[in-house]
Design a binder for this molecule. Structure first.
Ligand code: NAI
Length: 244
């Protein structure tokens, strides 16, 4: 028996990195998945390599019509949407004097507007079904604030507020809304970081190592499953003890 046997799930930003690891874990635990990503070709290539039922769609999470089509695809393909993971993300780091308004807005839009659209769209179906689990991907950056990330830290803190407010609105409908806050996870996003910045972060981690995408995926799978049936509105930090 898999933790997610018979469940249908949507994961955004699933072409690579943490989103792909979440999709992989979901199919390993018995779910059928729809992978959404702004890079539709990469999402399809990823879906074809997954060892289980998976389809993909191009989706820009800032576009309401794209998000609606992505969620609808899951319902059309698998007759339900049991799990929605709002994971898509970008960074546009710069200290405030150097950060353009476009870089601020782009990051807020992908993370916060994207997570809100994904939550609202999935919740409409889940309310009607009388069940569902939504998992939003925040970050330790939203808890402590990172130098050069006024845009990203604000968006990730906003996702925590969104998660808690949505959890309260949806609890009576048996729809749970939770968040994960990863620390330093080894992906394309963090491998782009200068070596000195990587080392400075490593020095702050009590466990003395970066996390792997699969370690985030394990926690998201738990939150998506009935193992977490009495958890809603919480944020689980996945950071090897950093910033506790
Ligand atoms: P990544 O850069 O490897 O993957 C992000 C994916 O999102 C890519 O496939 C990209 O094409 C997609 N994407 C970007 N903009 C999009 C849009 N508008 N619509 C749909 N898809 C879009 O990044 P990674 O590291 O896998 O990050 C995934 C999530 O985890 C992000 O929300 C990130 O902020 C969060 N996170 C990552 C941490 C890390 O250390 N890697 C730490 C904390 C949080």
């Amino acid at each position: 028996m898999g933790l997610l046997d018979g469940r249908a799930a949507v994961v955004t930003g699933a072409a690579r990195g943490i989103g792909l690891a979440i999709a992989q874990s979901f199919v390993e635990h018995g779910a059928s998945v729809v992978l959404g990503d702004i890079d539709g070709a990469a999402a399809w290539a990823a879906a074809e390599k997954l060892d289980g039922p998976a389809v993909a769609m191009p989706c820009d999470v800032t576009a309401p019509g794209d998000v609606e089509a992505l969620v609808q695809r899951c319902v059309d393909e698998y007759d339900a949407i049991d799990v929605m993971v709002n994971n898509a993300g970008i960074t546009r780091d710069a200290s405030m004097p150097k950060m353009s308004l476009e870089d601020f807005t782009a990051v807020i839009d992908v993370h916060l507007r994207g997570a809100w659209l994904g939550t609202r769209t999935a919740a409409a179906h889940m309310r009607a079904q009388g069940r569902g689990s939504i998992v939003n991907v925040s970050s330790i950056s939203g808890k402590v604030g990172n130098f050069g990330q006024t845009n990203y830290s604000a968006a990730k803190a906003g996702i925590v507020g969104l998660t808690k407010a949505a959890a309260k609105e949806l609890a009576r409908k048996n729809v749970r809304v939770n968040a994960v806050a990863p620390g330093l996870i080894r992906t394309a996003m963090t491998e782009a970081m200068p070596a000195a910045a990587w080392e400075a972060k490593m020095a702050e981690i009590p466990m003395g190592r970066a996390g792997e995408s699969s370690e985030v995926a394990d926690v998201v799978t738990f939150l998506a499953s009935d193992m977490a049936s009495y958890l809603t509105g919480i944020v689980i930090e996945i950071a090897g003890g950093r910033h506790i």
